[in-house]
Design a protein around this ligand. Structure first.
Ligand code: HEC
Length: 215
């Protein structure tokens, strides 16, 4: 019997299925199994309605095209952009906004860096605070007002994906967004970035008592 396996379509198909199932086992199955653990160790908090509305503006204006939200655990990156991302940070991100191009700086930990007023001036005209900036100006963000009409549906959808919004959060959402400008919502979102996840996790920190005479 000839043993030239390279010419057998059946063997090719069997091997493809074998490799595909192995990938499924090593990549997909662990994610499903470890979902609970990730939630338990995550410091991330769900976005408030106004932050969520701001995130939508971040996406619709294409901010993620020039800005990443992904600090890799490499020394120069951490020194420039702060705490590196962890898998558990993104449990409420649908879709994630890691981005892939850095025309501007990474914004993962931008939350406490500037005042609201700085952000407003920068968004209306970046050149006013950073004279050499090539970032586009977004003056209309402070003229266009949000109705909040879609926020309830959006939060209900996110809840089906596992974001723990309560009925009360969802009922009050529209009023929190209605009447705010797009710029205000976007600034609330920017100011939330990295704030939860940079907190020391008291649940997982082990308390080491200071011994007498220790430095
Ligand atoms: C064409 C690329 C581009 C786009 C699109 C863009 N930016 Fe920028 N952004 C930059 C560049 C370049 C800088 C650095 C110069 C500066 O600070 O203006 C910057 C800086 C920033 C900073 C300050 C970062 C820091 O650490 O100092 C923030 C905040 C920011 N951008 C937010 C936004 C938001 C929000 C949007 C969407 C509304 C946006 N950017 C869209 C290019 C861009």
């Amino acid at each position: 019997m000839s043993a030239d396996f390279t010419k057998s379509v059946v063997i090719l198909i069997v091997v493809i299925f074998g490799v595909a199932s192995l990938s499924l086992l090593t990549w997909v199955v662990p994610n499903i199994l470890y979902d609970g653990d990730l939630k338990a160790k995550s410091l991330a908090k769900p976005l408030t309605p106004i932050e969520l509305a701001g995130r939508d503006i971040y996406i619709s204006e294409g901010c993620h095209v020039c800005h990443t939200q992904m600090v890799r655990p490499l020394d120069p990156e951490v020194r420039r952009n702060g705490r590196p991302n962890e898998e558990a940070d993104d449990i409420y991100e649908f879709p994630n906004l890691w981005g892939s191009k850095r025309t501007g700086p990474d914004l993962t930990n931008i939350g406490r860096k500037y005042s609201d007023q700085w952000h407003a001036i920068h968004l209306i005209n970046p050149r006013q605070v950073v004279p050499t900036s090539i970032m586009p100006a977004y003056p209309w963000l402070f003229e266009q007002v949000l109705t909040g009409d879609r926020i309830t549906a959006k939060m209900l959808t996110l809840r089906t994906l596992g974001v723990p919004y309560s009925d009360q959060d969802i009922d009050n959402a529209r009023l929190q967004v209605r009447g705010k400008t797009k710029g205000e919502a976007l600034i609330r979102y920017l100011q939330s970035l990295g704030v939860d996840t940079s907190q020391p996790d008291s649940a997982t920190l082990t308390h080491v008592p200071r011994s007498e005479g220790a430095d």
